[in-house]
Write a protein that binds this ligand. Sequence first.
Ligand SMILES: [Zn+2]
Length: 252
Amino acid sequence: MTDRAAGKGCRGTDGTRFNFTRRQLLKGALGIASSAGLAGLSGLSYAAALTKEERDKMTPDEVLVSLQAGNQRFRTGKMEDHDFLAQKRASARGQYPAAAIVSCIDSRTPAEILLDQGLGEVFNARVAGNICNDDILGSLEFACAAAGSKAILVMGHTSCGAVKGAIDGVELGNLTGLLNHIEPAIEATEYEGDRSSKNAEFVNMVAITNVRRAVDDIRQRSQVLSEMEKEGKIKIAGALYHLDDGRLEMLG
Ligand SMILES: [Zn+2]
């Protein structure tokens, strides 16, 4: 048992409450995040950032489930009472994020808020249309191979402006090249109806294809990450965030 787990060496009195919260979170994660089980977390202080020991003992599946549990808290208005100043103090000299997320720059999709995560708990690479270019792949390799994260989540979202722009063939400075990364997802999306950006159903289907392609890109273009996944050290997953009801839909 670590000093922190024993309630020693924590900053202030919040450590005890943190331990309870984290234990409950893990319990909730292992128990597939029933909303009833997680309801008990609301109102508790979430004082410190993840420690190395806490992060390292989680499996990749548990990390992904904990992100889903965080989204469940967010969408039901039962977010944890994050003490960001305490988390800042706890993480200033080191960070042990459990997950690396690739998400869109859309102002409505900040992953840390949507997944109810605190400071020092997730890496988040944000780029329009959540595409995976070489620099994003390098960032993910840093997150997992160098910094020890256990899971990668590519998170697209409904009504994505970048996806609409790609469908419309928008050309604008450097944005043109970025949207070219999304273009193959349009062609790969089988849809018989109106294939325009005005059709929300088609836009969201392309967004899903785009997420799946990004997941494939990570596996095919990063030998580092694909080997880590084959060895069971990490898991790579995709999801679609729904702007209307705040739901994170995992994509199998
Ligand atoms: Zn977007």
